[in-house]
Design a protein around this ligand. Structure first.
Ligand SMILES: *[C@@H]1O[C@H](CO)[C@@H](O)[C@H](O)[C@H]1NC(C)=O
Ligand SMILES: *[C@@H]1O[C@H](CO)[C@@H](O)[C@H](O)[C@H]1NC(C)=O
Ligand SMILES: *[C@@H]1O[C@H](CO)[C@@H](O)[C@H](O)[C@H]1NC(C)=O
Ligand SMILES: *[C@@H]1O[C@H](CO)[C@@H](O)[C@H](O)[C@H]1NC(C)=O
Ligand SMILES: [Ca+2]
Length: 440
């Protein structure tokens, strides 16, 4: 109701103003016309009337009284009212802006509703509420700061706990494994001495059927590098492997091969577990098979690398064992010898020995805030993250960006920064094993 009233008043004032202007303009035009008519009464005595515009004259008009409609007497009143309204509107506008700022900070619907201005007394109340809200917000802000600090402290403690637990678990597992190996060795010894007949019966017919790895095929005279069927543990089924019968005397069971990029090595835990690719070209034999092969005998690992300049180097490890899936296919590698450098034990901070296997979908690495397998598109015994990764992407030449290619950190010139940020890759990589005491 009040609003409508105000609107009517403003309109009336506006109309009146227009009217006055129009009147003034008309009056002026009439005056001009009168002046242009020029000298209705002329005083000729001075004779100075030749020059135009300097004509002295005198007009006497009868007294004039204009009767204005009585509403005009209220004009002053109306102006005052308008002034008042204007001030009010300004006040409301100001308090409304405050409300808006407040609302942006504090999205509480109930408060928002109350902030709609609808009386003059509201201005002061608003100011008070604004101050109240301000102090409330200040309080909340400092509370939040305290909470954040507390969270930081808790996070730190949690990380410490995690580390402690992890170390405990690792130590526990190591002790258990050592114990189990000890027990198993004892049993083996007992069995071979207590049950010689049984073993002979078993081994005689078996000898021609079961070959544990490529070295046994070599021993029976096989000399061509080919795929052969091996049975490293009679409790599990046999499987095909590729045998290298040439390198350093031969008898090598090949675990991994890269040579042209025909096989994608960005794979899941399951793929790395059972193996993938083509045994005659590029492949990963499979962690389960690698475990069985390295469990049955003490194995040496040989890694052969060739870069795009035709340089060929190798790394030989006298000790190589991959644990079972329960132990996340943990790597045990040691006693380096060779020409390519010991990139698996690069430094205290980059050491792949005793690390779990990690794939893009299974994070067992030592990098707390991410998955190295995902970042480097590979399955590998990542530390945090790598000084070697033979399962990286296959690049046919130098590449830029993330160092997710095939990588061997101790390769000559590998760690030097190349112009343009280029990284070198490898043309060929191969991993293969042979019994430690094998003599070709
Ligand atoms: C009178 O009217 C003319 C146009 O009609 C306008 O240009 C002029 O500004 C007006 N004068 C006044 C004093 O309002
Ligand atoms: C292995 O474990 C058994 C039983 O848990 C225990 O009696 C034995 O002393 C342990 N041996 C070693 C070498 O820790
Ligand atoms: C390899 O496989 C991954 C995962 O399936 C895929 O994202 C990627 O594009 C593949 N790379 C190539 C070169 O095909
Ligand atoms: C490395 O291999 C070479 C050649 O087989 C041998 O002479 C040398 O003793 C080996 N070194 C070690 C540390 O095993
Ligand atoms: Ca991680």
């Amino acid at each position: 109701m009040k609003l409508a009233n105000r609107y009517w008043l403003s309109s009336a004032v506006f109309a009146a103003y227009i009217f006055v202007v129009a009147t003034n303009n008309e009056t002026e035009e009439i005056k001009d016309a009168t002046a242009n008519d020029a000298c209705p009464v002329r005083l000729e005595s001075r004779g100075k009337c030749e020059e135009e515009g300097e004509c002295p004259y005198q007009v006497t008009l009868p007294p004039l009284t204009i009767q204005l409609p009585k509403q005009f007497s209220r004009i002053e009143e109306v102006f005052k009212e308008v002034q008042h309204l204007k001030e009010m509107v300004n006040n409301l506008k100001k308090s409304c802006q405050d409300c808006k700022l407040q609302a942006d900070d504090n999205r509480e619907p109930r408060r928002n509703g109350l902030l709609l201005p609808n009386s003059e007394a509201l201005g002061e109340a608003e100011d008070n509420r604004v101050r109240e809200l301000e102090s409330e917000i200040n309080k909340l802000t400092s509370d939040l700061k305290n909470a954040k600090e507390e969270i930081g402290v808790l996070q730190g403690r949690l990380e410490k706990l995690n580390l402690v637990n992890m170390n405990n678990i690792e130590n526990y597992i190591d002790r258990k494994v050592a114990n189990l190996s000890f027990v198993v060795n004892n049993l083996d010894g007992k069995c071979s001495s207590n049950c010689p007949n049984q073993e002979q019966i078993q081994s005689r017919p078996v000898q021609h059927l079961i070959y544990k790895d490529c070295s046994e095929y070599y021993t029976i005279g096989k000399r061509s590098s080919e795929t052969y069927r091996v049975t490293p543990d009679p409790k599990y089924s046999s499987f095909e492997v590729y045998c290298d019968m040439e390198t350093m005397g031969g008898g090598w069971t090949v675990l991994q091969s890269r040579l042209d990029g025909s096989t994608n090595f960005t794979r899941t835990w399951q793929d790395y577990k059972v193996g993938f690719g083509n045994l005659r070209r590029e492949f990963w034999l499979g962690n389960e098979k690698i475990h069985l092969l390295t469990k049955s005998k003490d194995m040496s690992l040989r890694i052969d690398l060739e870069d795009f300049n035709g340089i060929k180097l190798y790394a030989l490890y006298d000790q190589f064992y991959v644990a079972n899936e329960f132990l996340k296919y943990r790597l045990h590698v040691g006693n380096y010898n060779g020409t390519a450098g010991d990139a698996l034990h690069f430094s205290k901070h980059y050491n792949h020995d005793m690390k779990f296997f990690t794939t893009p979908d299974r994070d067992n690495d030592r990098y707390p805030s991410g998955n190295c397998g995902l970042y480097y598109s590979s399955g590998w015994w990542f530390d945090a993250c790598l000084s070697a990764n033979l399962n990286g992407k296959y690049y046919h030449q130098k590449y830029r960006g993330v160092r997710d290619g095939i990588f061997w950190g101790t390769w000559p010139g590998m760690s030097e920064v190349q112009p343009g940020g280029y990284k070198s890759s490898f043309k060929k990589a191969k991993m293969m094993i042979r019994p430690k005491h094998f003599k070709p």
